[in-house]
Ligand binder design. Structure first.
Ligand code: AHR
Length: 633
C-alpha cells in the first residue's frame, strides 16, 4: 500500500462544524428517550388520533387497596387544567374501607418500567384539586412490578378545588428496571389529577426538565459541531394551523411556539411516527442542550409543503405570512434582547443570554421543488431583510439523484441559496462506489449540508462503508460544509426507522458500529485536507480465482459458523460445520471450497482437519483458506 502526500498543494479547510448530529423525535427519541421524564402519558392526553391503540389511560391502570372503591376516568371538561392541556384524570372516591384505603392509578413508565437506581433522588410532582372540604390524602409510592417498595412513600394532602402543584422527592432504596409509580387517594369526593411527573434529579448537567444522562453523554461524546432538530419528516407533515381555538385538533406540523413555556401549558400532539409527543422536550430545551454540548443549534421549520410520502402544498397566503412571522420570532427567541417579546420569553424560561443562532433550515424532503422554492422565497426574503446574519438552508428532496433532486438543485442555483440539504439512505456498496460524489460539484455554487445519510444496516460493513464515504466528504470540505448521520436515537421498543446511531431501552444505551465510526471522525477532525494519492493491490478484485485467506482466533465456543459476504451482506458462501469434521485446521491446515452458482463444495479435506476439541477453553489460531472459482454478486 503506497500513500503519496503532495506537499506542493494545500487542500480545503475542514470547518469546526463539519460533523454534527441530526436529532429527530423518531423511534421515541424524546418521550421515553432523551427527555428524562419517567412517567408515560403524564397528562392523560394519549388518544386514538396519535395511535389507534391509545386511550387516555394508556400506560395507567386503576388500583385500589384496603377496601377502597371508586372510579377513574379521563375527562375533558370545564375543570381542565388549562385550554391547551385539556384532559385530566377524575377520581370519584367512595370513602369505603379503612383509614388507609386508597383508590388511584399506577403508571408503567416506558419499556419494562421506570428505571431507578439505589440512592438516587426522583422528583415527583402532580397538579391536583379536590372538592372534599376536609382535603384528600394522597399516597405516592414507587414500587417494582411485584409491588416491592422502592422508596419511602410521599403523603401530601390535596386541599381546595383550584389546581395546585404538589411536589416531593423520592429516594430509591433499591435499583430496579421494572418500577411503577402509584398515585392513590383516600376519603370521599371528586379528586382531579393532571401532569403526574417523576423526574430523575440526576439529569444531564443537572438541568431541570432535562435530558436522560447516559443518552446525552453519548451524544456529547461525539463532540457534535451542530445539532439539527427536531426532524425530519415530523417537521413538515400535518396541518399548519396553530394549536389554538377553534383548531384544537391534533396532527399539526411541528411548530416551535407549541413547545415552549411551562410544560403543563404545552399541548401534546400526534407525532408523525405514530405516537404521542408531549413537547416536554421543546425548543428551549433543544437550544439549551445544543449549548451544553457545544453544538451550533440548527432548527428546521415547516415549509408548508409536505414531503415524506405526501405531496401537498398549502396555498394560503395568510398562513404563509404567519409561518414566516413565526420564523422571525424564532430568531428573536434565540438571539433577541431580553427587552424583545420573544427574547423575554427565553429569559423567563431561564436563559437571558442569547443562544447564538446562525443557521436555520426551512422544510424537509419536499417532493414538489417548484412549490417549495416558491414558499422558501418568502422565508428567505423576510429573514434576509431582518437578519442578514442568518443562513437559511434549502433542501433537495428525498433522493440522492433524479428529476426532483435535479430540479431542486437547479432552483437552488438560480435563486442563489447559500446551502442545500441532501438526504440519502443507500447500500454499503453505494457508499463505497460514491466516494467521489462531491469531487465534481460546483465549487462556486451553493454549499452542501448532508443532513441525513446512512448505509442500510447497523453492521460492521456499514460503518466501514460510511467511513470510506466520509473520506470523500472531507476531501470535498470546501463544498460539503456539514454532515450528519441519521437517525440519531432508537428506543428498542418503538422502532420506526433502522439503522440508528444510538440504541437504548429504559435503563441501558449503546452505540452502533456507525456510532463508533462517527465518533472516530468527529473527535479527530483535521484542520485541512492534505492532498494525497494512494495505491495498492487489492487482496480480491473482480471474480475470485485465487485464494482468500481468513485467519482467526477461536475457542471451541466461538465459531460454529463461517460466512463470506459481499459489501452489501450478500452471502457468497457459508459453513455451519454441521457436516462434521474437516474444514478447519489448526495453524497449517487447508480446506478448499469451490463456489458454484452460489453454493460451494468442499474438494480437499485433510483427514486431520477438525475444529477445536469440544470443551477446550484455550484460544487457538485457525486459518481458513478458501478457493472460489466463481463469484456471485
Ligand atoms: O431519518 C429518518 C427520516 O428519513 C427523516 O425523518 C426523513 O427526513 C428521512 O426520510
Amino acid at each position: 500500500y503506497t500513500l503519496t502526500v503532495d506537499r506542493t498543494r494545500t487542500g480545503p479547510e475542514i470547518g469546526e462544524r463539519m460533523y454534527g448530529v441530526f436529532y429527530e423525535d423518531i423511534n421515541r427519541a424524546a418521550d421515553g428517550g432523551l427527555y428524562a421524564e419517567l412517567v408515560q402519558n403524564r397528562s392523560f392526553e394519549y388518544a386514538p388520533v396519535d395511535n389507534p391503540s391509545y386511550t387516555g389511560l394508556t400506560a395507567w391502570t386503576e388500583t385500589a387497596t384496603g377496601g377502597a372503591t371508586g372510579t377513574a376516568r379521563v375527562v375533558d371538561d370545564e375543570h381542565r387544567l388549562n385550554e391547551r392541556n385539556r384532559n385530566h384524570l377524575r377520581l370519584e372516591l367512595h370513602g369505603t374501607g379503612g383509614a388507609d384505603a386508597r383508590h388511584g392509578v399506577t403508571n408503567t413508565g416506558y419499556n419494562s418500567g421506570i428505571a431507578v437506581e439505589r440512592g438516587e433522588r426522583y422528583d415527583f410532582s402532580v397538579w391536583a384539586r379536590t372538592d372534599s372540604r376536609r382535603g384528600t390524602p394522597l399516597t405516592v409510592t414507587l414500587h417494582d412490578v411485584s409491588g416491592e417498595p422502592l422508596a419511602a412513600p410521599l403523603r401530601p394532602t390535596v386541599r381546595g378545588d383550584r389546581w395546585t402543584k404538589y411536589t416531593g422527592t423520592l429516594t430509591a432504596r433499591a435499583t430496579s428496571t421494572t418500577g411503577r409509580l402509584t398515585v392513590a387517594a383516600g376519603g370521599f369526593g371528586t379528586l382531579r389529577l393532571d401532569m403526574v411527573s417523576l423526574f430523575p434529579r440526576d439529569t444531564y448537567k443537572g438541568r431541570p426538565n432535562g435530558m436522560r444522562k447516559d443518552l446525552a453523554e453519548k451524544i456529547a461524546a461525539l463532540k457534535p459541531g451542530f445539532l439539527r432538530f427536531p426532524g425530519g419528516c415530523l417537521v413538515n407533515t400535518g396541518s399548519h394551523e396553530a394549536y389554538e381555538a377553534p383548531n384544537w385538533e391534533r396532527r399539526r406540523s411541528y411548530q416551535w411556539k407549541d413547545t415552549i413555556g411551562p410544560v403543563e401549558e404545552r399541548a401534546t400532539n400526534a407525532n408523525f411516527w405514530g405516537y404521542n409527543q408531549s413537547y416536554g422536550l421543546g425548543y428551549y430545551e433543544y437550544f439549551r442542550f445544543a449549548e451544553d454540548i457545544g453544538a451550533m443549534p440548527l432548527p428546521v421549520v415547516p415549509a408548508l409543503v409536505t414531503g415524506c410520502g405526501e405531496n401537498e402544498a398549502t396555498d394560503d397566503p395568510e398562513l404563509l405570512r404567519r409561518h414566516v412571522r413565526d420564523t422571525l420570532d424564532l430568531i428573536e427567541f434565540a438571539n433577541g434582547p431580553v427587552t424583545s417579546e420573544w427574547g423575554a420569553r427565553r429569559a423567563e424560561m431561564g436563559h437571558p443570554e442569547p443562544f447564538g443562532l446562525t443557521h436555520l433550515a426551512v422544510g424537509n424532503e419536499e417532493n414538489l421543488p417548484d412549490a417549495y422554492y416558491e414558499r422558501l422565497a418568502a422565508f428567505r426574503e423576510a429573514v434576509e431583510a431582518e437578519h442578514p446574519e442568518i443562513t437559511v438552508i434549502a433542501n433537495s428532496g428525498p433522493d440522492d439523484t433524479g428529476a426532483t433532486f435535479d430540479r431542486a438543485w437547479e432552483l437552488a442555483r438560480e435563486t442563489g441559496v447559500e446551502m442545500v440539504d441532501e438526504h440519502y439512505y443507500n447500500s454499503p456498496s453505494w457508499f463505497l462506489e460514491n466516494n467521489e460524489r462531491y469531487d465534481s460539484y460546483d465549487r462556486f455554487g451553493p454549499k452542501v449540508f448532508l443532513g441525513e445519510y446512512a448505509s442500510q444496516d447497523n453492521r460492521f460493513r456499514n460503518s466501514l462503508a460510511e467511513a470510506a464515504f466520509m473520506t470523500g466528504l472531507e476531501r470535498n470540505a470546501d463544498v460539503v460544509e456539514m454532515a450528519s448521520y441519521a437517525p440519531l436515537l432508537a428506543n428498542t421498543d418503538s422502532v420506526q426507522w433502522s439503522p440508528d446511531l444510538i440504541w437504548f431501552d429504559n435503563a441501558r444505551s449503546w452505540g452502533s458500529t456507525s456510532y463508533e465510526t462517527q465518533k472516530l471522525f468527529m473527535t479527530n477532525t483535521g484542520d485541512e485536507v492534505v492532498p494525497s494519492t494512494a495505491s495498492a493491490t487489492p487482496v480480491v478484485s473482480g471474480p475470485i480465482t485465487g485464494a482468500i485467506g481468513l485467519s482467526t482466533w477461536a475457542t471451541s465456543a466461538a465459531y460454529d459458523d463461517v460466512r463470506v459476504v459481499s459489501a452489501d451482506g450478500e452471502e457468497l458462501f457459508a459453513d455451519d460445520f454441521s457436516s462434521g469434521a474437516g474444514r478447519w485446521t489448526e495453524a497449517a491446515g487447508r480446506g478448499t471450497w469451490t463456489v458454484e452458482g452460489g453454493a460451494y463444495v468442499q474438494t480437499d479435506t485433510a483427514a486431520e482437519n477438525t475444529m477445536v476439541t469440544a470443551g477446550d477453553p484455550a484460544w487457538h489460531d485457525y486459518d481458513l483458506h478458501v478457493r472460489a472459482t466463481k463469484r456471485e454478486g
